[in-house]
Design a protein around this ligand. Sequence first.
Ligand code: VGL
Ligand code: ZN
Length: 207
Amino acid sequence: MTNNKALLVIDVQNDFCPGGALAVAGGDSIVPFVNHAITNAGQASELVILSQDWHPANHSSFASQHEGQGPFSTVTMPYGPQTLWPDHCVQGSAGAAFHPNLLSDTAQLILRKGTNPALDSYSAFFENDHQTTTGLHGYLQAHQVGAVALVGLATDYCVAYSALDAARLGYEVTVDLRGCRAIDLDGSLASQLSAMKQAGITLIGDA
Ligand code: VGL
Ligand code: ZN
C-alpha cells in the first residue's frame, strides 16, 4: 500500500532569499504559500519533509574552490558538468538556516544534502552523480508514500531535480509553482519546466 502523501519543501533557506548569498528573485515571497501548504498537509495527515542545502565551507560546487573560475561558470567533475555557485548554505551559517517565518516545527523529517565536499546534490533523492542516495526514497517507502507534492527553491534546480527523480522512482508528482521561484540561468527554467511536463509531472500555477 502506497496511498500516503508527502509534501517536500525544498531549500527555503535564507541564502536563497533576497539578501542571501545565492538570492532567488522573490524567494521569500513564497513563504506564506508554503506555510499554508505545510498546515494543510498536517491537517490531512500527510508527511511534511523539509530539505536543507547544507554544504561544508570547502564544497566543490563553490566557485571559490576553483582557481580562475567565477560563479555561474561550468566545470567538469568526475560525475559530469557542474555549475559553480557563490559560497552558499554553509553548514551552521545564518544563510543556511530556514527562512525565519517558515513553519518548520511540524515537519517529520529535515533532510540535509550536499554535505560531501566532492559531490553536489540538487535533488533530495540522489546526489549529482545520480547514484548516491540521500535515503529519502527509503524513508518514503517505509511510510507507504506513493505521491509527493513539491514547493520551494529553486524551481529549476533543487525543486526540478527532486521532482524528476521522484517521477523516475515511480511517485505521482505535483509541483506547485505558486510555492516556487527560479534562478533561471541560461534558459534553465524553460528547459526544466518542459522536462517536468515530459516526465508526467503535474505543474500547478504559473512559473
Ligand atoms: C540550489 C544551486 C545550488 C537549490 C542549491 O536549492 O536550488 N541551487 N545549490
Ligand atoms: Zn547548493
